[in-house]
Write a protein that binds this ligand. Structure first.
Ligand code: BEZ
Length: 241
C-alpha cells in the first residue's frame, strides 16, 4: 500500500473513542455556522449522522428527534445532525418534512436543531461515520454523546436500514448524567426510579463491611451492591426546571 492510500484509509477509519476529547470542527449548518464542541461547552451534545436527505428512515428519525428536542433540551442536551449532503438539499428536505410528511401522529414538524452540510466528508471522516463495508458515499447512523467538558462519553452505531431507538438514546443520556451526579453506575435496562449500582468493593475490608450489612445498601454478594435512588431526586438534579 502506498502512502496516499494508507493516509486515506487512516482518515476513513479514524474514529474517536469513549473518553477521547471530541474532535474539533467548524461547519455550515441549517442554523448557521457552528464550532464544535466549543459552542456547546457546559452542555451535553448529541452529534448524530444519517445516510442521506430525502430518504424514508432518515425522515422518520428527524421527525422523532425534532419532536423530542425540547425533552433533550430540558436534560441540558443539544442535538446536531449531519449527512453528506449540501445545505440546499438540507433546507429543501426540512421544508418538505414540515409541509408534507406525517409519521406516527406527528405532522408539521419543524427541525430547529442544526443539520451540518458535509459534502467534503470532513466531519464524517473525523468521527468514523463512513464505514466502507456499509457505504462509501453515505454516513452510517452514528450517535455520539459529548459531555459538558467536550469528552466523548458514549457511541452507538446503527446500519443504514435500521432506524434508531430514541427512548434508548434518551435513557443513556439520563443514565450518564445520573452516574456523574450521584457517583453510581446503572444496571441493565435502568430507568430513573430503579435501584443503582455501587462501585465494587476495592478492598477486603470494604467487602467485609458490605457483607456485614449497611443501612442503605442491599448486597447480593460483596461485589454486587445496589441502593435506592429516588426518581424525583434524579429528575430534579438532571432536568432543568
Ligand atoms: C433511509 O433513510 O430510508 C435509508 C437510507 C439509506 C439506505 C437505506 C435506507
Amino acid at each position: 500500500m502506498n502512502t496516499i492510500e494508507s493516509e486515506t484509509e487512516e482518515q476513513v477509519f479514524s474514529m474517536p473513542r469513549i473518553g477521547d476529547k471530541a474532535p474539533e470542527f467548524k461547519a455550515v449548518t441549517t442554523q448557521g455556522e457552528i464550532n464544535f464542541p466549543s459552542d456547546y461547552k457546559g452542555e451535553w451534545a448529541i452529534l448524530f449522522s444519517h445516510p442521506a436527505d430525502f430518504t424514508p428512515v432518515c425522515t422518520s428519525e428527524f421527525m422523532t428527534f425534532a419532536h423530542l428536542e425540547s425533552k433533550f433540551k430540558k436534560a441540558n442536551c443539544n442535538l446536531i445532525g449531519l449527512s453528506i449532503d449540501g445545505i440546499y438539499s438540507h433546507i429543501a428536505w426540512l421544508r418538505t418534512i414540515k409541509d408534507k410528511i406525517k409519521f406516527k401522529g406527528m405532522k408539521n414538524i419543524e427541525v430547529k436543531f442544526p443539520l451540518i452540510e458535509d459534502i467534503s466528508m470532513q466531519v464524517a471522516k473525523k468521527y468514523g461515520m463512513i464505514q466502507p463495508g456499509e457505504s462509501i458515499t453515505q454516513a452510517v447512523r452514528a450517535v455520539f454523546f459529548i459531555d459538558p467538558n467536550g469528552i466523548v462519553r458514549a457511541i452507538i452505531y446503527y446500519p443504514l436500514s435500521l432506524g434508531r431507538n430514541f427512548d434508548e438514546i434518551y435513557r443513556a443520556l439520563i443514565a450518564m448524567q445520573t452516574s456523574d451526579k450521584f457517583n453510581v453506575a446503572t444496571p441493565a435496562d435502568w430507568n430513573p426510579g430503579d435501584d443503582v449500582i455501587i462501585s465494587p468493593a476495592g478492598s477486603c475490608g470494604v467487602a467485609e463491611e458490605r457483607m456485614a450489612g449497611t443501612d442503605d445498601l442491599e448486597c447480593e454478594d460483596w461485589f454486587f451492591c445496589t441502593k435506592k435512588l429516588d426518581k424525583d431526586l434524579v429528575l430534579k438534579e438532571v432536568l432543568k426546571s
